[in-house]
Write a protein that binds this ligand. Structure first.
Ligand code: CP
Ligand code: NVA
Length: 337
Protein backbone atom coordinates (compact mmCIF):
# COMPACT_ATOMS: atom_id res chain seq x y z
CA UNK A 1 0.00 0.00 0.00
CA UNK A 2 1.74 3.12 -1.25
CA UNK A 3 -0.73 5.71 -0.14
CA UNK A 4 1.60 8.38 1.12
CA UNK A 5 -1.05 11.12 1.05
CA UNK A 6 -1.00 13.28 4.16
CA UNK A 7 2.40 12.03 5.32
CA UNK A 8 5.36 14.25 6.25
CA UNK A 9 8.77 13.70 4.69
CA UNK A 10 11.18 14.45 7.54
CA UNK A 11 13.66 11.58 7.28
CA UNK A 12 13.93 8.19 5.61
CA UNK A 13 13.44 6.51 8.99
CA UNK A 14 9.64 6.76 8.63
CA UNK A 15 9.63 5.14 5.16
CA UNK A 16 10.06 1.52 4.13
CA UNK A 17 12.33 0.38 1.31
CA UNK A 18 9.20 -0.25 -0.79
CA UNK A 19 7.97 3.30 -0.20
CA UNK A 20 11.38 4.75 -1.07
CA UNK A 21 11.43 2.70 -4.27
CA UNK A 22 7.89 3.86 -5.05
CA UNK A 23 8.98 7.51 -4.77
CA UNK A 24 12.00 6.83 -7.01
CA UNK A 25 9.85 5.11 -9.64
CA UNK A 26 7.31 7.93 -9.49
CA UNK A 27 10.18 10.42 -9.99
CA UNK A 28 11.33 8.51 -13.07
CA UNK A 29 7.75 8.61 -14.41
CA UNK A 30 7.47 12.38 -13.88
CA UNK A 31 10.89 12.82 -15.50
CA UNK A 32 9.73 10.90 -18.56
CA UNK A 33 6.48 12.91 -18.71
CA UNK A 34 8.37 16.20 -18.40
CA UNK A 35 10.76 15.25 -21.25
CA UNK A 36 7.82 14.18 -23.43
CA UNK A 37 5.85 17.32 -22.68
CA UNK A 38 3.04 15.42 -20.93
CA UNK A 39 1.48 17.81 -18.39
CA UNK A 40 1.05 16.54 -14.82
CA UNK A 41 -0.59 19.45 -13.02
CA UNK A 42 -2.07 17.12 -10.43
CA UNK A 43 -1.85 19.55 -7.52
CA UNK A 44 -3.55 22.41 -9.37
CA UNK A 45 -4.60 25.30 -7.15
CA UNK A 46 -2.48 24.35 -4.13
CA UNK A 47 0.06 26.66 -2.50
CA UNK A 48 3.29 25.71 -0.75
CA UNK A 49 5.68 27.58 1.56
CA UNK A 50 9.45 27.20 1.15
CA UNK A 51 11.08 28.18 4.43
CA UNK A 52 14.87 28.57 4.42
CA UNK A 53 17.27 29.26 7.33
CA UNK A 54 20.27 28.27 5.19
CA UNK A 55 21.12 29.10 1.56
CA UNK A 56 20.29 26.77 -1.31
CA UNK A 57 20.49 26.54 -5.08
CA UNK A 58 19.30 23.04 -5.99
CA UNK A 59 16.72 22.45 -3.27
CA UNK A 60 15.09 25.85 -3.64
CA UNK A 61 14.97 25.64 -7.44
CA UNK A 62 13.80 22.02 -7.39
CA UNK A 63 10.88 22.79 -5.07
CA UNK A 64 9.98 25.88 -7.08
CA UNK A 65 10.03 24.29 -10.53
CA UNK A 66 8.45 21.03 -9.35
CA UNK A 67 5.64 22.96 -7.63
CA UNK A 68 4.88 24.94 -10.78
CA UNK A 69 4.98 21.79 -12.94
CA UNK A 70 2.41 20.27 -10.57
CA UNK A 71 0.18 23.35 -10.93
CA UNK A 72 1.02 24.87 -7.54
CA UNK A 73 2.18 28.28 -6.37
CA UNK A 74 5.46 28.19 -4.36
CA UNK A 75 6.25 31.03 -1.95
CA UNK A 76 9.89 31.49 -0.86
CA UNK A 77 10.29 32.59 2.76
CA UNK A 78 13.88 33.42 3.71
CA UNK A 79 14.74 33.56 7.40
CA UNK A 80 15.10 37.33 7.29
CA UNK A 81 11.81 37.87 5.48
CA UNK A 82 9.42 36.57 8.13
CA UNK A 83 8.89 36.74 11.89
CA UNK A 84 9.98 33.12 12.41
CA UNK A 85 12.83 32.65 14.87
CA UNK A 86 13.06 36.24 16.02
CA UNK A 87 9.58 37.22 17.12
CA UNK A 88 7.57 34.06 16.49
CA UNK A 89 7.93 30.47 17.66
CA UNK A 90 8.13 27.33 15.55
CA UNK A 91 4.69 26.33 16.81
CA UNK A 92 2.89 29.58 15.97
CA UNK A 93 4.65 29.76 12.59
CA UNK A 94 3.59 26.17 11.83
CA UNK A 95 -0.04 26.86 12.69
CA UNK A 96 -0.19 30.07 10.65
CA UNK A 97 1.52 28.60 7.59
CA UNK A 98 -0.65 25.48 7.85
CA UNK A 99 -3.79 27.64 7.77
CA UNK A 100 -2.76 29.16 4.44
CA UNK A 101 -0.56 26.65 2.64
CA UNK A 102 -1.11 23.04 1.56
CA UNK A 103 2.49 22.00 2.29
CA UNK A 104 5.65 23.40 3.88
CA UNK A 105 9.30 22.85 2.99
CA UNK A 106 11.87 23.60 5.67
CA UNK A 107 15.65 23.85 5.34
CA UNK A 108 17.63 24.77 8.41
CA UNK A 109 19.78 23.86 11.35
CA UNK A 110 18.07 21.84 14.09
CA UNK A 111 16.17 18.72 13.05
CA UNK A 112 13.87 19.47 16.01
CA UNK A 113 12.61 22.52 14.11
CA UNK A 114 11.32 20.53 11.14
CA UNK A 115 9.75 18.04 13.57
CA UNK A 116 8.12 20.93 15.42
CA UNK A 117 6.68 22.34 12.21
CA UNK A 118 5.33 18.90 11.29
CA UNK A 119 3.71 18.49 14.70
CA UNK A 120 1.62 21.66 14.47
CA UNK A 121 1.21 22.52 10.77
CA UNK A 122 -1.65 20.16 9.95
CA UNK A 123 -0.31 19.87 6.38
CA UNK A 124 2.60 17.83 4.97
CA UNK A 125 6.05 19.14 5.94
CA UNK A 126 9.10 18.26 3.81
CA UNK A 127 12.68 18.36 5.08
CA UNK A 128 14.89 20.22 2.60
CA UNK A 129 17.98 19.59 4.80
CA UNK A 130 18.73 19.83 8.49
CA UNK A 131 22.01 19.31 10.34
CA UNK A 132 20.94 15.69 10.86
CA UNK A 133 19.33 14.53 7.58
CA UNK A 134 18.93 15.43 3.89
CA UNK A 135 16.31 12.89 2.75
CA UNK A 136 15.20 14.43 -0.57
CA UNK A 137 18.84 14.38 -1.69
CA UNK A 138 19.06 10.61 -1.22
CA UNK A 139 16.08 10.05 -3.51
CA UNK A 140 17.89 11.98 -6.27
CA UNK A 141 21.12 10.07 -5.60
CA UNK A 142 19.36 6.71 -5.77
CA UNK A 143 17.39 7.65 -8.90
CA UNK A 144 20.72 8.51 -10.55
CA UNK A 145 22.18 5.14 -9.52
CA UNK A 146 19.09 3.30 -10.74
CA UNK A 147 19.27 5.08 -14.11
CA UNK A 148 22.84 3.87 -14.61
CA UNK A 149 22.86 0.50 -12.85
CA UNK A 150 19.21 -0.56 -13.22
CA UNK A 151 18.76 -1.44 -9.55
CA UNK A 152 19.56 -0.44 -5.99
CA UNK A 153 19.58 -3.68 -3.99
CA UNK A 154 23.06 -5.16 -3.78
CA UNK A 155 24.80 -2.05 -5.16
CA UNK A 156 28.21 -1.54 -3.53
CA UNK A 157 27.93 2.08 -2.44
CA UNK A 158 30.83 3.89 -0.77
CA UNK A 159 30.35 7.16 1.06
CA UNK A 160 33.74 8.68 1.82
CA UNK A 161 34.46 11.77 3.91
CA UNK A 162 32.44 13.32 6.73
CA UNK A 163 30.38 10.33 7.84
CA UNK A 164 28.76 12.26 10.68
CA UNK A 165 27.03 14.90 8.60
CA UNK A 166 23.50 14.95 7.15
CA UNK A 167 24.66 13.14 3.98
CA UNK A 168 26.52 10.35 5.77
CA UNK A 169 23.59 9.78 8.13
CA UNK A 170 20.91 9.76 5.46
CA UNK A 171 22.81 7.67 2.90
CA UNK A 172 23.55 5.04 5.54
CA UNK A 173 19.87 4.75 6.47
CA UNK A 174 18.68 4.94 2.85
CA UNK A 175 21.15 2.26 1.77
CA UNK A 176 19.99 0.01 4.60
CA UNK A 177 16.34 0.48 3.59
CA UNK A 178 16.84 -0.43 -0.08
CA UNK A 179 19.22 -3.33 0.57
CA UNK A 180 22.53 -1.87 -0.57
CA UNK A 181 26.05 -2.95 0.36
CA UNK A 182 26.68 0.38 2.07
CA UNK A 183 30.16 1.33 3.18
CA UNK A 184 31.08 4.43 5.16
CA UNK A 185 34.76 5.25 4.76
CA UNK A 186 36.03 7.89 7.18
CA UNK A 187 38.32 8.45 10.13
CA UNK A 188 36.66 6.90 13.15
CA UNK A 189 35.96 10.27 14.77
CA UNK A 190 33.74 11.07 11.77
CA UNK A 191 31.68 7.89 11.70
CA UNK A 192 27.92 8.35 12.20
CA UNK A 193 26.66 8.25 15.78
CA UNK A 194 26.05 4.89 17.47
CA UNK A 195 22.33 5.63 17.45
CA UNK A 196 22.25 5.98 13.66
CA UNK A 197 24.55 3.02 13.05
CA UNK A 198 22.48 0.80 15.36
CA UNK A 199 19.29 1.84 13.60
CA UNK A 200 20.79 1.21 10.15
CA UNK A 201 22.00 -2.22 11.27
CA UNK A 202 18.58 -3.13 12.61
CA UNK A 203 17.04 -2.15 9.25
CA UNK A 204 19.75 -4.06 7.35
CA UNK A 205 18.96 -7.22 9.31
CA UNK A 206 15.50 -7.17 7.71
CA UNK A 207 16.34 -5.97 4.20
CA UNK A 208 19.52 -7.95 3.54
CA UNK A 209 21.61 -4.77 3.30
CA UNK A 210 25.25 -4.93 4.35
CA UNK A 211 26.63 -2.13 6.53
CA UNK A 212 30.37 -1.51 6.81
CA UNK A 213 32.16 1.29 8.65
CA UNK A 214 35.85 1.46 7.94
CA UNK A 215 38.86 3.77 7.96
CA UNK A 216 40.41 1.75 5.13
CA UNK A 217 40.04 3.05 1.56
CA UNK A 218 41.08 -0.37 0.19
CA UNK A 219 38.41 -2.19 2.17
CA UNK A 220 35.68 0.31 1.31
CA UNK A 221 36.50 0.61 -2.39
CA UNK A 222 36.79 -3.12 -3.14
CA UNK A 223 34.63 -3.73 -6.26
CA UNK A 224 32.64 -0.58 -5.54
CA UNK A 225 29.86 0.45 -7.95
CA UNK A 226 29.47 4.00 -6.64
CA UNK A 227 31.68 6.38 -4.69
CA UNK A 228 30.06 9.42 -3.12
CA UNK A 229 31.52 12.31 -1.22
CA UNK A 230 30.39 15.62 0.27
CA UNK A 231 32.04 18.78 1.54
CA UNK A 232 34.38 18.39 4.50
CA UNK A 233 32.67 21.25 6.31
CA UNK A 234 28.89 21.58 6.22
CA UNK A 235 26.83 24.75 6.47
CA UNK A 236 27.07 26.11 10.01
CA UNK A 237 30.34 24.30 10.86
CA UNK A 238 32.74 26.81 9.30
CA UNK A 239 34.90 26.91 12.44
CA UNK A 240 35.95 23.30 11.79
CA UNK A 241 37.87 23.88 8.52
CA UNK A 242 41.43 23.37 9.85
CA UNK A 243 40.56 20.23 11.79
CA UNK A 244 38.57 18.67 8.91
CA UNK A 245 41.25 19.35 6.33
CA UNK A 246 43.74 17.57 8.57
CA UNK A 247 41.42 14.59 9.13
CA UNK A 248 40.02 14.22 5.62
CA UNK A 249 42.92 15.04 3.32
CA UNK A 250 43.72 11.28 2.92
CA UNK A 251 40.09 10.67 1.91
CA UNK A 252 40.00 12.94 -1.14
CA UNK A 253 38.27 11.23 -4.07
CA UNK A 254 40.87 11.11 -6.85
CA UNK A 255 41.68 8.83 -9.78
CA UNK A 256 43.85 6.60 -7.57
CA UNK A 257 40.89 6.02 -5.28
CA UNK A 258 38.61 5.14 -8.21
CA UNK A 259 41.20 2.68 -9.52
CA UNK A 260 41.34 0.97 -6.11
CA UNK A 261 37.80 -0.26 -6.81
CA UNK A 262 38.95 -2.37 -9.75
CA UNK A 263 35.71 -1.30 -11.44
CA UNK A 264 36.38 0.58 -14.72
CA UNK A 265 32.78 1.87 -14.70
CA UNK A 266 32.60 3.12 -11.12
CA UNK A 267 30.22 6.07 -10.72
CA UNK A 268 31.08 9.25 -8.85
CA UNK A 269 28.34 11.23 -7.09
CA UNK A 270 28.29 14.39 -4.95
CA UNK A 271 25.25 16.29 -3.66
CA UNK A 272 26.92 19.64 -4.57
CA UNK A 273 28.08 22.33 -4.11
CA UNK A 274 31.59 20.81 -4.45
CA UNK A 275 35.11 22.08 -3.86
CA UNK A 276 36.53 20.34 -6.95
CA UNK A 277 38.43 23.53 -7.61
CA UNK A 278 38.78 26.51 -5.33
CA UNK A 279 37.62 29.13 -7.83
CA UNK A 280 34.89 30.50 -5.60
CA UNK A 281 34.91 33.12 -2.84
CA UNK A 282 35.12 30.53 -0.05
CA UNK A 283 37.44 28.38 -2.16
CA UNK A 284 39.90 31.22 -2.65
CA UNK A 285 39.94 31.93 1.09
CA UNK A 286 40.72 28.26 1.77
CA UNK A 287 43.43 28.30 -0.86
CA UNK A 288 44.99 31.38 0.75
CA UNK A 289 44.90 29.91 4.23
CA UNK A 290 45.72 26.24 3.65
CA UNK A 291 47.41 26.17 0.24
CA UNK A 292 44.97 23.62 -1.19
CA UNK A 293 43.74 23.73 -4.79
CA UNK A 294 41.06 20.99 -4.48
CA UNK A 295 39.34 19.48 -1.47
CA UNK A 296 36.99 16.47 -1.23
CA UNK A 297 37.22 15.56 -4.94
CA UNK A 298 39.74 16.35 -7.65
CA UNK A 299 38.64 18.37 -10.63
CA UNK A 300 39.80 15.44 -12.78
CA UNK A 301 37.29 13.04 -11.18
CA UNK A 302 34.56 15.68 -11.08
CA UNK A 303 34.82 16.24 -14.83
CA UNK A 304 35.46 12.61 -15.78
CA UNK A 305 33.13 10.13 -17.47
CA UNK A 306 32.63 8.56 -14.01
CA UNK A 307 30.87 11.66 -12.76
CA UNK A 308 27.06 11.87 -12.85
CA UNK A 309 26.78 14.90 -10.58
CA UNK A 310 24.70 17.01 -12.95
CA UNK A 311 22.21 14.21 -13.67
CA UNK A 312 22.01 13.93 -9.89
CA UNK A 313 21.38 17.69 -9.54
CA UNK A 314 18.63 17.59 -12.19
CA UNK A 315 17.11 14.60 -10.43
CA UNK A 316 16.55 16.73 -7.34
CA UNK A 317 13.67 18.33 -9.23
CA UNK A 318 12.04 15.08 -10.38
CA UNK A 319 12.34 13.43 -6.96
CA UNK A 320 11.11 16.45 -4.99
CA UNK A 321 8.16 16.54 -7.37
CA UNK A 322 7.38 12.94 -6.49
CA UNK A 323 7.60 13.65 -2.75
CA UNK A 324 5.23 16.61 -2.97
CA UNK A 325 2.76 14.89 -5.29
CA UNK A 326 2.68 11.64 -3.29
CA UNK A 327 2.09 13.41 0.02
CA UNK A 328 -0.50 15.86 -1.37
CA UNK A 329 -2.61 13.70 -3.70
CA UNK A 330 -3.16 10.28 -5.30
CA UNK A 331 -0.27 9.37 -7.59
CA UNK A 332 -0.50 5.68 -8.41
CA UNK A 333 -2.00 6.13 -11.89
CA UNK A 334 0.84 8.55 -12.82
CA UNK A 335 3.41 5.78 -12.53
CA UNK A 336 2.23 4.30 -15.82
CA UNK A 337 1.68 7.42 -17.95
N1 CP B 1 22.51 19.49 -2.78
C1 CP B 1 21.85 20.55 -2.27
O1 CP B 1 21.03 20.40 -1.38
O2 CP B 1 22.14 21.73 -2.85
P1 CP B 1 21.63 23.18 -2.37
O3 CP B 1 22.33 23.46 -1.05
O4 CP B 1 22.07 24.10 -3.47
O5 CP B 1 20.15 23.12 -2.20
N1 NVA C 1 26.56 18.43 4.13
C1 NVA C 1 26.27 19.59 3.31
C2 NVA C 1 25.24 19.24 2.29
C3 NVA C 1 24.86 20.38 1.37
C4 NVA C 1 23.82 19.98 0.35
C5 NVA C 1 25.80 20.72 4.20
O1 NVA C 1 24.98 20.45 5.10
O2 NVA C 1 26.26 21.84 4.04
Amino acid sequence: NFDLKGRHFLSLNEFSGEEINYLIDLSAAFKRQKKQGIPHRICEGKNIALLFEKPSTRTRCAFTVAAIDLGMHPEYLGKNDIQFGKKESVRDTAIVLGRMFDGIQFRGFAHETVKGLAKDAGVPVWNGLTDLYHPTQILADFLTVKEQKGELAGIKFVYVGDGRNNMGNTLLIGGAKVGMDMRICAPKSLWPSDEIVDYAKSVAAETGAVITLTESIEEAMDHADVVYTDVWVSMGEEAAFAERIELLRPYQVNMDMLQTSGNPDIMFLHCLPAFHDLETEVGRAIHEQYGLTEMEVTDEVFRSRHSFVFDEAENRMHTIKAVMAATLTETREWLER
